[in-house]
Ligand binder design. Structure first.
Ligand SMILES: Cc1cc2nc3c(=O)[nH]c(=O)nc-3n(C[C@H](O)[C@H](O)[C@H](O)COP(=O)(O)OP(=O)(O)OC[C@H]3O[C@@H](n4cnc5c(N)ncnc54)[C@H](O)[C@@H]3O)c2cc1C
Length: 342
């Protein structure tokens, strides 16, 4: 194996995934530079191994051991990268902690990322599923990113069009993104910042706290407070956030469901389609707070599956399948899972 790479064989991944699943990797490498990725490619043994690019492990479920090389993205660095007439450009390396970056931008007086406060994981993974919360998605503040192509060994820039962002989706989750490792991301933060309070829960919370005309830091602080109330802390109970995506259905399908279930929670999408609240559907099927073995549904938010301690990936999957079957039977809606299964 490559003499300059500190490869560790048979590595425990338990501390590297927020579900706390006890899986092992055949080999592990802490990646601190693009040169490390080039060195992996240059080594015939390493280059031939199956690869898993790992950030903070907060959006994946290990369903067994990983018989390959884990590339743990630990590249650090962040700063102002330039400016346009209307935006400040901020660039951060893939291994930077996402929430750390959000806080740093707020400390610089730069607004734009505040609604995405406290999402776990790394900067490099944020574009993968176009992370979103409280009415903002990465694509709204995105400028460009740099990838290292494991197929060719080349480094190149990609703009928003090339990333093909969608709801919890991007080219990196499709076949066109295979082998691309994100090494840094650049954000365009607006100089003429305006609070995004489209999400009613956030607007109401600020209002109740007596905060009128909030600045970016105040919005970020409120998002943190709401999330701490609602979501389980992975340091206390293993989870990967929302386990299911909110399903998109046609207006016609939604109208039929509303006739049978008048309390159905739905949001018009502007294109005639409707987004349903997966958490509401799961809750109505009686799953909130229930457990199957060591896997369970979080008592305060039915979208989140949790590890009560010692659950295997297969236990979490079995629970997810049972929930999907119930929702499909009662509502005729197919729930898609959000985390990546490894
Ligand atoms: C409590 C909790 C709350 C959450 N809330 C939200 C939320 O509000 N909104 C939201 O969108 N998500 C949320 N998530 C999901 C998760 O935090 C995000 O998807 C996050 O971006 C994942 O980052 P990560 O570094 O942990 O990625 P990982 O889990 O390590 O990886 C996820 C996927 O990205 C790939 N990947 C990682 N880094 C790179 C890279 N540099 N280049 C190429 N591929 C890469 C991996 O191979 C894997 O396929 C939440 C999770 C938890 C635990």
């Amino acid at each position: 194996m490559h003499p300059n790479l500190a490869i560790t064989p048979d590595y425990s991944l338990r501390q590297l995934n927020t579900f706390g699943i006890d899986a092992r990797a055949r080999a592990y490498l802490k990646v601190v530079s693009t040169a490390d990725l080039g060195a992996v490619l240059a080594d015939p043994v390493l280059a031939a191994m199956p690869r898993l690019v790992l950030g903070g492990g907060s959006n994946l479920l290990f369903t067994g051991d990983f018989d390959g090389l884990v590339l743990h993205m630990c590249m650090q660095g962040r700063g102002i990268a330039g400016a346009t007439d209307s935006h400040t450009l901020v660039r951060a390396a893939a291994g930077e902690n996402w929430h750390g970056l959000v806080q740093w931008t707020l400390a610089q007086g730069l607004g734009g990322l505040e609604n995405l406060s406290l999402i776990p994981g790394t900067v490099g993974a944020a574009p993968i599923q176009n992370i979103g919360a409280y009415g903002t998605e990465i694509k709204d503040v995105f400028h460009s990113l740099t990838v290292f192509d494991m197929a060719t060994g080349e480094t190149r820039a990609m703009d928003a069009a090339a990333c093909r962002f969608g709801y919890r989706d991007s080219v990196f989750k499709q076949s066109g993104g295979a082998g691309l490792v994100i090494v840094d991301v650049t954000f365009a933060l607006p100089r003429a910042w305006r609070a995004n309070l489209r999400y009613a829960e956030l607007a109401q919370a600020l209002d109740q706290a007596g905060v009128r005309d909030p600045d970016p830091q105040q919005v970020g602080d409120m998002v943190v407070a709401i999330r701490r109330r609602k979501l389980p802390d992975p340091a206390v109970i293993g989870n990967a956030g929302s386990f299911f995506k909110n399903p998109l259905v046609t207006g016609e399908h939604c109208a039929r469901l509303l006739a049978a279930f008048p309390a159905l929670v739905h949001h018009a999408q502007g294109d005639g389609g409707e987004k349903l609240a997966a958490g509401w559907l799961i809750d109505q099927c009686g799953w909130k707070g229930r457990r199957m073995g060591q896997a369970g549904v979080y008592e305060k938010q039915a979208l989140v599956l949790v590890n009560h301690g010692g659950a295997r990936g297969a236990d979490v999957l079995a629970l997810a399948r049972a929930i999907q079957a119930d929702v499909a039977e009662r509502y005729g809606v197919a729930l898609e899972t959000e985390p990546v299964f490894v």
